[in-house]
Design a protein around this ligand. Structure first.
Ligand code: ASP
Ligand code: MG
Length: 460
C-alpha cells in the first residue's frame, strides 16, 4: 500500500492511514507500505536547494530546518506520543545531515544533481519514520526502511532514475522476511546506485517505488492510496458529473496518466503490467469507496470511449520548410536536437505533404525546444518555427476504440457541431487514444461535449 503526500499531510491524515493499516493488519493481511513525503515538503526542499545555490548572504538554512522540525515534530507528538523523544532524536539527526548538505551547497554555490537528489529525498526520510512510529503506537509492529535499505537499486540518472532489474531480488530478500512479523514502511521516491549514492525517481515517483516493491515481493495487489476516489472519466473539477471507473486496463491507465490524469504516475504501471499485478486506486479520505482497479483486460463497455483528459500547460510548435519534403534526416535532426535539450515531446503529427511537423511540449520545455529548433534551423534543415502557448491537448481514451470504426467521426462531428476548431490531431496506431489540440478557450468545452457524446456520466 502506497500513501501519497496528501494522505500523510498532517496528524489527522496519518491517524487515518494508521486506522486503515491497522484494519487490514488485524484482518490477517500481510502489508508492506510505501510513503511519500508530507504534502508540500518535496516542493519546499526543491525550493530551498535552488535558493541557497543563488543567494549571496544570509542563507535561510536555519529557518528552513526549524520549520521542518516544527511541522514534523508536531505530528510526532500527536501520532506517536509514547516514543516521541526517541523519534525526535532520529529526526534531529536527519535534519542535521540536511543542514550540513544545504550548508555545503551554499558554501560552494553549487547544486549538483547528486546533491539535489540527496536533499529532496529528505521528505520521505522524515515521513516514513513518523508513519512507522505511529503504527507501533497503535500496536502494529513496524520498521522504517529507506529506499536503499529496501533494495531499490537505480541508474545514476539523478532526478529521474530508472530502477534496475536486479532490485527485484534485493527487495525480496530484504522486505519479505519482515512481513510475517511487522509492517515495513519504505521511503518512496528514493533509491540508490550500486555505489550507494542516493537517487530519486522523478516527481511523484513514490507510485513507481510502490509498483517496484509490490512486484518484487509478489504482492497480490498494489494499492495506491490517494485523495480521489479513483481513475475518473474526466477531471471532476471540469466535468462535475465525471464518474469513477471501476476498472481500467493498464494500457488505458497509461494513456490517461500520460495525458494529464494525475492519479497515477505513468512509470508505475509498466512493472505491474509485466507481472499482471492488479493496481487498486483508493481514497484515504473515503476508504469505503471501492476505487478503481487496473487490470490486464478491463470489462468491455459499449461506449468504447472510457475517459477524456486534458492538459492545459502545453504549447504547440509548428515547424515548416519546403526543404523537409522528401528529405531524409530532417526528422532525425529535429528530434535529436530536442532530445539533446532534454525536451519531452508529448504529441507529434506530420501531414503527408511533409511540409510541416507539429509538436506539443509542456510549457516548461518550450524555451529549450525553441533553442533546439533554432539550431536545426541554423543547419538549414527547417525554415520556420512558430509556437502558441494558448492551447490545450485533449485525449480521448479507450481500448475498445481499436478496430471500432466511426469513433473518430463521432468525436470530430461533435466538436464541429459546437464550433470547436481543431489545431492538430494525432492517433497512435495502437488506437487506444485519439488526441487533439484546441485553443485554450475551447478546452473545457471540448471535454464537456465529448463526455456527453459518449454518455460517460452514466453508470454502465
Ligand atoms: N514526494 C515526491 C514528490 O512530491 C514523491 C511523491 O510524492 O510521489 O514528488
Ligand atoms: Mg506526490
Amino acid at each position: 500500500m502506497k500513501f501519497g503526500g496528501t494522505s500523510v499531510g498532517d496528524q489527522e491524515c496519518i491517524g487515518r492511514v494508521v486506522g486503515i493499516l491497522n484494519h487490514y493488519h488485524t484482518a490477517g493481511d500481510e502489508l508492506c507500505v510505501v510513503v511519500s513525503a508530507m504534502a508540500g515538503v518535496t516542493d519546499q526542499l526543491h525550493a530551498i536547494a535552488a535558493e541557497i545555490e543563488g543567494v549571496r548572504d544570509d542563507p535561510p538554512i536555519d529557518t528552513f530546518i526549524a520549520s521542518m522540525r516544527t511541522r514534523h515534530g508536531k505530528v510526532v507528538q500527536a501520532v506517536a506520543p509514547g516514543e516521541s523523544d526517541a523519534v525526535m532524536e532520529v529526526i534531529d539527526e536527519r535534519l542535521c545531515n540536511l543542514k550540513n548538505i544545504l550548508t555545503a551547497v551554499y558554501n560552494l554555490r553549487e547544486l549538483t544533481p547528486r546533491s539535489r537528489d540527496y536533499i529532496i529525498s529528505f521528505g520521505e526520510r522524515l515521513s516514513a519514520l513518523i508513519v512507522s512510529a505511529a503504527l507501533r503506537e497503535a500496536g502494529v509492529p513496524s520498521v522504517a526502511l529507506n529506499g536503499c535499505e529496501a533494495g531499490i537499486r537505480t541508474t545514476d540518472r539523478h532526478g529521474c532514475a530508472e530502477v534496475l532489474p536486479e532490485s527485484g531480488t534485493h527487495i525480496k530478500s530484504r522486505v519479505v522476511p519482515l512481513l510475517a512479523e511487522s509492517v515495513p514502511v519504505i521511503m518512496g521516491y528514493m533509491g540508490c546506485t550500486e555505489n550507494g549514492i542516493v537517487t530519486t525517481l522523478g516527481r511523484s515517483g513514490s507510485d513507481y517505488s510502490a509498483a517496484i516493491v509490490g512486484v518484487a515481493i509478489d504482492a497480490d495487489e498494489i494499492w495506491i492510496w490517494t485523495d480521489v476516489d479513483g481513475v475518473m472519466t474526466a477531471d471532476p473539477r471540469v466535468i462535475e458529473d465525471a464518474r469513477v471507473l471501476p476498472d481500467v486496463s493498464y494500457h488505458e491507465a497509461m494513456e490517461l496518466s500520460f495525458f494529464g490524469a494525475k492519479v497515477l504516475h505513468p512509470r508505475c504501471i509498466e512493472p505491474a503490467m509485466q507481472k499482471s499485478v492488479p493496481i487498486r486506486v483508493k481514497n484515504t479520505f473515503n476508504p469505503e469507496a471501492p476505487g478503481s482497479c487496473l487490470v490486464d483486460v478491463s470489462e468491455p463497455d459499449h461506449r468504447v470511449v472510457k475517459a477524456i483528459t486534458y492538459i492545459d500547460k502545453v504549447s504547440l510548435i509548428n515547424i515548416t520548410g519546403a526543404q523537409m519534403v522528401g528529405q531524409p534526416g530532417v526528422a532525425r535532426a529535429i528530434f535529436s536536437a530536442l532530445g539533446e535539450f532534454e525536451v519531452n515531446v508529448m504529441m507529434i503529427s506530420q501531414g503527408s505533404s511533409e511540409a510541416n511537423i507539429s509538436l506539443i511540449v509542456d510549457d516548461e520545455h518550450l524555451k529549450a525546444a525553441l533553442a533546439a529548433l533554432n539550431e536545426v534551423m541554423q543547419k538549414g534543415y527547417i525554415q520556420e518555427v512558430e509556437h502558441d502557448r494558448n492551447v490545450v491537448a485533449v485525449a480521448v481514451v479507450g481500448v475498445g476504440m481499436a478496430g471500432t470504426p466511426g469513433i473518430a467521426g463521432r468525436i470530430f462531428t461533435a466538436l464541429g457541431r459546437e464550433g470547436i476548431n481543431l489545431m492538430m490531431l494525432s492517433q497512435g496506431s495502437s488506437e487506444v487514444n485519439v488526441s487533439f489540440v484546441v485553443k485554450q478557450a475551447d478546452g473545457q468545452r471540448a471535454v464537456r461535449v465529448l463526455h456527453d457524446e459518449f454518455g460517460l456520466a452514466e453508470e454502465s
